[in-house]
Design a binder for this molecule. Structure first.
Ligand SMILES: Nc1ncnc2c1ncn2[C@@H]1O[C@H](COP(=O)(O)OP(=O)(O)OP(=O)(O)O)[C@@H](O)[C@H]1O
Length: 236
């Protein structure tokens, strides 16, 4: 059996100054190629868990391993490198650089990671061609590629953010409520494009949403309160 993409063991995480933990997770794994729908009530720790998965925060106890590497075994600069190489992140509010062009926004991960740059070039010839490939896969018209990101609609900006996460085909895509600003039509189209793109990229997807209508599209549905002993009776 191949190594899990993500492996959590005996995790305890409390926010600074808090005596009670926000997350207590004994065992949790995600296998390569899975698409995981992570849900639970507001404040139950979904975004916190995503940040731990991406090595943005470290737990006080336990391990979070990405491709077998415990984030806590790396120094801060190594964590930044490992994250840039392996993780594409889609935020609720896109986090694009507003004055930078669409294509340049999508190329940012390649500028931060030689591995992403090389993977992009190996797949598409050049990193620019790979960025264009994912923009087209997310149905961003070529006329928009040189416009500043701030000139695009909300729906278009979220598709740029998805293309940025996909460029250089990182092994793990993390998406934190990416559809919450989209209306129903845009949401469904975004989901179609994103799931298809992750499948063709061979990327594993962890996706947080409150929108249960999306759950059936994923290979696994995970209620955070059921795996988090710190939830203390919180219902999903
Ligand atoms: N920077 C922080 N400092 C201290 N506590 C925090 C911080 N960020 C989040 N928390 C707390 O951690 C808990 C989990 O928050 P988190 O944002 O992970 O929940 P969530 O499930 O993603 O919520 P939502 O669905 O509303 O986005 C909450 O009680 C929140 O108040």
């Amino acid at each position: 059996m191949s190594e899990p993409v993500l492996q959590i063991q005996h995790l305890r995480f409390a926010w600074p100054g808090q005596s009670t933990p926000c997350l207590l997770i004994d065992e949790f794994q995600i296998a390569a190629g899975e698409t995981v729908f992570l849900y639970g009530p507001s404040g139950c720790g979904k975004s916190t868990l995503l940040s731990l998965m991406a090595g943005v925060f470290l737990p006080q106890q336990g391990q979070v391993r990405l491709h077998g590497t415990d984030w806590a075994s790396l120094g801060a600069a190594q964590r930044d490198r490992h994250r840039a190489d392996r993780v594409g992140y889609i935020f609720q509010q896109f986090n694009l650089l507003p004055y930078l062009g669409v294509l340049d926004n999508v190329l940012l991960p390649c500028r931060l990671s030689t591995q992403r740059q090389q993977a992009a070039a190996a797949r598409s010839g050049t990193m620019q061609a790979d960025a264009q490939h994912w923009l087209a896969a997310m149905e961003l018209p070529a006329q928009s590629w040189n416009r500043p990101a701030r000139a695009l609609s909300v729906g278009q900006q979220q598709r740029v953010a998805a293309a940025r996460a996909l460029v250089g085909t990182p092994s793990l895509i993390i998406a934190d409520e990416p559809t919450s600003a989209l209306d129903e039509n845009r949401r469904d189209n975004f989901m179609d494009r994103l799931l298809h793109a992750c499948a063709t990229a061979g990327s594993t997807l962890v996706f947080v949403s409150h929108d249960q209508r999306l759950a059936h599209r994923f290979s696994r549905q995970v209620s955070l309160p059921t795996i988090n002993r710190a939830a203390g009776g919180t219902t999903a």
